[in-house]
Design a protein. Structure first.
Lengths: 320, 306
């Protein structure tokens, strides 16, 4: 493939939509084309991530190795889609093993070049972060749908209180917030802007804040306490994750406009930062320093949620 | 904060669990992967039950405040014994002059004459202010045996005190119920003393034939201002398990083989290998029980709502 052909292909990749021609040509220069035969393993689960791959032709299968020497296929990826970006972004090992199911051509983008795409305050970097958030949300929904399917039945009828009915409280000490790993490397002023952009509420244990199958009323960030993210079917439930201090929930349906894929219920008494839908939309689409912190926080949370959700998936697969 | 390890199953050389893997328990003393800001340098202890040994109901005991990675005696011993049950622990304490590093504070705790041992990963915040309120819930004969200064030894005495016979071998179910009852007592004593900050209680108990483990925290997510353990405690204290046929080295990779019914179980604060694909995370707020029988290992997890 010539650089021009690569740039032409990149223009069709949904994740890169809106990038101008010069940008794509620049990107094409640093990408490496590779063809792998059917059956070849591109990487193993847990392996160190060195590059993101864009599939040009063919298809690959992503499988999760689970206890009992079993593997479970979690998804398939085809032309125009990206692979390997999760481990590249969070610096941990690959979440799954990836194998070509047919002869497959990929374009590889190295770690530094991938980071450069997301860096800076260029509108294209903001747009890419938003698209990645949408992509991760879609993947999270796939995993949650798989888990919900294992329970059978319909989602439980839980109702969440209106935001106005939640007990408001004072903001937390900013020194406490800065000690959370989630916010360590954020610019202090921008972080302050983010933390003061919403309201704070206090909730007792057992309070449903987000109901599965309904639009989430807000983005919530746990300051103190813990919130369970659960899928409930009758008297059966799967705890998908626990949002402790510095972790967020309720944002999936704000990102993609689809009802929430899970319920969020306080496990401990909790203090939460709340960004109502309008406020969320405003921050999510802005392109300033505060929005950058916000998008970064959402991205980190989504990456952690994707990894966290694989754990019940593995438990489920191991028990089959 | 500490790291714990328990094993139940086919005879297995202790060396494989303590030293041989790339995230072995001994390695977790100086390089824990899931605890960013803390090391476990205040000593090592283990209890190992071997049915082929003299007095098989009495576990082999080793405890030392030296760093286990430099402990040659431990390495020699770990290469020689292959128990069917093991509880081991590396102890972490805050880096202050108030911490007491002594053999009497080393886990697993096991009072003479009793048949249950306990190791603890966690800490009860403001324990000194609630310690003596626990006395009324602890069998006086057991309270007299407390030698050390740790909250963990009190938790151990409290759990033993909830058993019908603290000196007998409890059924797995009774041990699990006693553990849950002890947590409820701790909850009520904390409430009575106005203690409402995060206090992880990951415990691992064994009779040599059964294991009970918890992944639990009181008031998770709440910390005193300027708390020195904050960064360590922000994530829920971890606990993992691997269950299957046997834990073995396959072409340089340590993993639990498939087994149906399962014959071996490892519980650990962190997976013993970097590749965690043969490990599962114990859900937060839950209890895990296992019993070794003639037909394999009976194993279950349940929600712990106390």
């Amino acid at each position: 493939m010539s650089e021009r052909e690569i740039a032409g292909f990149l223009a069709t990749v949904p994740l890169l939509e809106g990038r101008d021609e010069a940008d794509l040509t620049e990107l094409a220069r640093v990408m490496r084309r590779r063809t792998v035969p059917a059956g070849d393993v591109l990487w193993q689960q847990g392996g160190v991530a060195r590059e993101a791959l864009f599939v040009v032709e063919g298809a690959v299968s992503a499988t999760l190795q689970v206890p009992g020497e079993r593997t479970v296929e979690i998804g398939r990826v085809g032309p125009g889609q990206i692979l390997g970006e999760i481990a590249l972004l969070d610096g941990q090992g690959h979440t799954m093993s990836v194998r070509a199911t047919e002869a497959t051509t990929v374009l590889a983008l190295g770690r530094l070049d991938f980071a450069a795409l997301l860096g800076g305050r260029h509108p294209a970097a903001f747009a890419l972060k938003r698209r990645l958030a949408a992509l991760f949300t879609a993947r999270l929904r796939d995993q949650l749908t798989h888990l919900a399917g294992s329970l059978g039945g319909e989602a439980a009828e839980l109702s969440a209180p209106a935001l106005a009915d939640l007990e408001q409280c004072r903001p937390p000490d900013s020194r406490y917030m800065r000690r959370m790993a989630t916010f360590h490397d954020f610019d202090p002023l921008a972080l302050w802007g983010f933390l003061t952009s919403g309201t704070y509420v206090r909730c007792p244990p057992g309070r449903t804040l987000v109901a599965e199958g309904r639009p989430s009323p807000a983005y919530f960030l746990t300051v103190n306490g813990a919130v369970e993210k659960v899928i409930v079917r009758g008297d059966r439930r799967i705890r998908v994750g626990l949002a402790g201090p510095g972790k967020a929930f309720g944002y999936e349906s704000l990102i993609d406009g689809v009802p929430s894929p899970l319920a969020a219920v306080t496990r401990e008494r909790s203090v939460l930062l709340v960004l109502a839908r309008d406020h969320f939309d405003e921050l999510f689409h802005k392109e300033d320093a505060v929005a950058r912190v916000f998008l970064e926080a959402i991205q980190r949370d989504l990456l952690a949620s994707l990894r966290q959700t694989l754990r019940p998936c593995a438990r489920l697969a191991a028990s089959v | 904060m500490c790291r714990i390890l328990a094993y139940l199953g086919e005879p297995l050389p202790v060396r494989h669990l303590l030293f041989d893997t790339d995230n072995s328990l001994v390695r977790q003393s100086y390089s824990p992967r899931m605890m960013n800001t803390f090391l476990n340098l205040a000593g090592f202890g283990m209890k190992a039950w071997d049915p082929a040994s003299l007095q098989p109901d009495e576990p082999f005991t080793y405890r030392a405040t030296t760093l286990p990675t430099f402990d040659r005696n431990l390495r020699f011993i770990a290469s020689k014994i292959a128990p069917t049950c093991l509880v081991a622990h590396v102890r972490g304490v805050t880096y202050s002059g108030e911490s007491v590093v002594a053999e009497t504070n080393l886990h697993p705790f096991h009072f003479a004459g009793t048949r249950v041992a306990l190791a603890h990963n966690g800490h009860l915040r403001r324990f000194p202010s609630m310690r003596y309120a626990l006395v009324e819930h602890v069998d006086p004969a057991l309270a007299q045996r407390i030698e050390g200064t740790t909250d963990s030894e009190w938790i151990y005495a409290l759990i033993l005190s909830q058993l019908d016979d603290p000196y007998g071998v409890p059924e797995t179910r009774e041990l699990a119920d006693a553990t849950a009852a002890a947590l409820r007592i701790l909850r009520s004593v904390r409430d009575a003393h106005g203690i409402d900050t995060s206090s992880p209680v990951n415990v691992c108990l064994s009779t040599g034939r059964a294991l009970v483990a918890t992944r639990f925290s009181f008031d998770y997510g709440w910390y005193p201002p300027e708390d020195e353990m904050l960064e360590t405690d922000l994530p829920f204290v971890s606990l993992w398990y691997a269950v299957g046929g046997e834990y073995a080295d396959h072409d340089g990779e340590w993993r639990m083989t498939a087994g149906d019914p399962p014959r071996s179980l490892i519980i650990a604060s962190e997976p013993l290998t970097t590749d965690a694909s043969s490990w599962l995370e114990v859900p937060e707020y839950s209890m895990l029980t296992a019993k070794l029988g003639p037909d394999g290992l009976a194993f279950e997890t349940r929600d712990l709502d106390v």
